[in-house]
Design a protein around this ligand. Structure first.
Ligand SMILES: [Fe+2]
Length: 263
């Protein structure tokens, strides 16, 4: 997408978000968090695409998807008073619907519009579903990488500052206490995707975050995980059990292996 279209999308997004501000000009704290998340994901998507050597229009499209991928969060929160998809709606579907309803993608080539829709729609699924158009896969993979890069940051920030009670949607209502679910540890160690239903404690949630490295696609995203010490920081939040150490060591080895590989 051309630069001026990206700028229009940025402008539209700012105006759209302003519509959710209270009389004091502020957003609800969870929506403020989502606004900042969207901006950082857009920046990472742009930077990773740039590192991959994508063309300027492709880099612009990557940034636009970062801006738009969670735009459905705003009406989700207003309508359902929660950001928990389980208790409300799939926010990725809502994001795609908002983008469509608001005619955000007018003037963009139809084939690019389809890729943007696919990337938004599949950014939050456990796995990329079989059958997604081949052409859309690079952007679907990119937004999933960029989104995870920032969720690592947000999750660490919230847990290390003891602010989980402000974000009940993050934990899907599982209790904070309790040991690691051994079955979940085994699945992570065999690098299989772990369904969220297996999370039984906050420890499990931290372990799942480590397992996300197996769903990162691009070397520049691995490089950022390395630079930002994502594994070390998550490991510091975990109990010093042999299981946690093994999961962290394996995740670290996976990142080291993939961060320098050519795309
Ligand atoms: Fe999302």
């Amino acid at each position: 997408m051309q630069q001026h279209i990206l700028q229009e999308i940025q402008r539209w997004f700012g105006t759209y978000v302003d519509g959710f501000r209270g009389p004091d000009g502020k957003l609800a704290p969870l929506l403020q968090l989502k606004l900042e998340h969207s901006r950082r994901v857009a920046e990472d998507a742009r930077d990773v695409a740039g590192d991959l050597g994508w063309s300027a229009p492709e880099v612009n499209t990557a940034e636009a998807i970062g801006i738009l991928h969670d735009v459905g969060r705003f009406t989700q929160y207003v309508e359902f008073k929660t950001l928990s998809d389980r208790r409300s709606i799939n926010h990725a579907t809502r994001s795609r619907d908002v983008v469509e309803r608001e005619n955000v993608l007018v003037g963009i080539d139809a084939s690019v519009v389809q890729k943007i829709r696919d990337a938004i729609l599949h950014h939050n699924q456990i796995e990329i579903p079989v059958g997604v158009a081949q052409d859309s896969l690079p952007l679907v993979r990119l937004i999933r990488d960029a989104d995870k890069l920032d969720i690592f940051r947000v999750f660490h920030d919230i847990v290390s500052n003891d602010r989980l009670d402000e974000h009940p949607e993050l934990l899907f209502g599982v209790p904070l206490e309790g040991p690691a679910n051994p079955e979940l540890v085994q699945m992570i160690l065999s690098q299989r995707n772990v369904p969220f239903s297996m999370i039984k404690s906050l420890t499990d949630f931290k372990l799942i975050q480590l397992s996300w490295v197996y769903d990162i696609h691009y070397p520049p995203a691995f490089e950022r995980i390395h630079q930002r010490n994502v594994i070390g920081k998550l490991e510091n939040l975990l109990p010093p059990s042999p299981e946690a150490r093994s999961v962290a060591a394996l995740a670290r080895a996976h990142v080291a292996l993939h961060r320098r590989k050519p795309a």
